[in-house]
Design a protein around this ligand. Structure first.
Ligand code: A3P
Ligand code: MG
Ligand code: MG
Length: 378
């Protein structure tokens, strides 16, 4: 473990991602100008049905229906008798995205133009993995493991569950399990299946179902292709994706200045990072009491969140998040040099440590399936 004073200035281990075996997550190192982040463009979408089957279309898209002024949604309703939960012990890795890529390859590769990589992107990953990178400089509790494979010039990033995360998942309390349902229940109260439809809070809630957007963008000199689950869109037929999308969230109602401050410092960071990445412009939040009743609904435009938090002392900064992510991706490009679908570079991070890595050949960490490797090679 590197030992150095916290306030050391000047060059330190990990400061230059291109000259080191490790990468620092210290905030001070990333307080630079905001890096180039191109407006994300939706290049496609896909859906997962009630049995988690993949469809190369938007059949699971839902439409936002604005709730009443005092909604009184009971988020506990249906937990016992109208809930089908996705099996989160099944690790899907990048499979759904890879299926989408194979089905839409012609949209991505520029055949005929000179390029060192087939897909014309540097990174393929899930939005959720990038969210973890953006928030790492401020994360004090949960570390992560990211597996990286270079294949035909593109770097694929897929998360590996940590031992701690697995233990937490297997030991969730009844109360925690029920509270995880509340977020999905809020979606059911506020979303309809069709443009002119109404929400159906009496129906069965199945968390296998998902609609995912696939976006392309660039962070500094990193061309990114990633997918993220989208909760719903507004009904205006003219609004183009991803500007029409809405992220739904629930949060404990705010009663004290301390609670407000914590909401700004911790929750808004997560909300901002998750939606800023794919260019989703707003979050609709349902504030609920301890009994799971939504007492207020409020819209947070993503572009206003950085102003909202400016009064918090020592608060998170979007530029730190984006600069760390950019440097992390440079670090990955630098270390993951062997182009081979059966080689995995495992990047591991724990709060208050540097990011380190190890290399694994033909190991259980391999995550690019044969059908993908063959599909891309033929
Ligand atoms: P909330 O967002 O209201 O907490 P998302 O908002 O990302 O679309 O996720 C929908 C819901 O899934 C969440 O609602 C929460 O209930 C549940 N959920 C998602 N990620 C979770 C996690 N890491 N731990 C616990 N619950 C999670
Ligand atoms: Mg969601
Ligand atoms: Mg949501």
């Amino acid at each position: 473990r590197p030992s150095r004073p916290q306030n050391q200035s000047g060059p330190s281990r990990g400061q230059n991602p291109l000259s080191s075996r490790s990468l620092s997550t210290r905030r001070e190192l990333y307080e630079k100008d905001f890096p180039v982040y191109k407006q994300p463009v939706e290049v496609g979408c896909f859906s997962l049905d009630s049995e988690r089957r993949f469809f190369n279309d938007g059949r699971q898209m839902r439409y936002y229906v604005e709730p009443d002024r005092s909604p009184n949604f009971d988020l506990r309703d249906g937990y016992k008798d109208r809930f089908i939960k996705r099996d989160d012990s099944v690790k899907e890795k990048l499979d759904h995205m890879l299926r989408w890529i194979l089905a839409n390859r012609s949209k991505l590769s520029s055949k005929g133009t000179a390029s060192s990589c087939d897909l014309d992107v540097d990174f393929v990953t899930w939005r959720g993995h990038l969210t973890k990178l953006l928030t790492a400089p401020y994360e004090t509790r949960e570390g992560w493991l990211l597996a990286v494979t270079r294949f035909r010039g593109t770097l694929y990033i897929s998360e590996v569950e940590t031992e701690v995360a697995r233990r937490d998942r297997e030991n969730r309390t009844g109360r925690h399990k029920e509270m995880m349902y509340w977020g999905y229940k809020f979606e059911q109260y506020t979303c309809a299946d069709s443009v002119h439809g109404r929400p159906d809070p009496g129906g069965v809630l199945n968390t296998n179902e998902a609609f995912c957007t696939v976006v392309q963008t660039r962070l500094a000199d990193h061309r990114l292709l990633f997918s993220g689950e989208v909760d719903c869109r507004d009904k205006d037929p003219n609004a183009p994706a991803p500007a029409c999308y809405i992220e739904l969230k629930t949060s404990a109602e705010i009663c004290t200045p301390k609670q407000r401050s914590n909401f700004h410092r911790f929750k808004l960071l997560k909300w901002w990072a998750q939606s800023f990445l794919p260019g989703v412009p707003r979050v609709v939040a349902g504030f609920r009491d301890d009994e799971g009743v939504v007492v207020a609904v409020e819209t947070f435009p993503i572009s206003k969140i950085s102003h909202l938090i400016k009064n918090e002392h020592n608060c998170w900064k979007p530029t730190v998040c984006m600069n760390f992510c950019s440097d992390f991706l440079s670090f990955v490009k630098h270390i993951a040099t062997e182009d081979n679908p059966s080689v995995v570079y495992l990047l591991s991070w724990e709060p208050r440590r540097d990011v380190t890595f190890s290399v694994h050949r033909d190991s259980p960490y391999c995550f690019l399936p044969h059908w993908y490797v063959e599909g891309m090679t033929s």
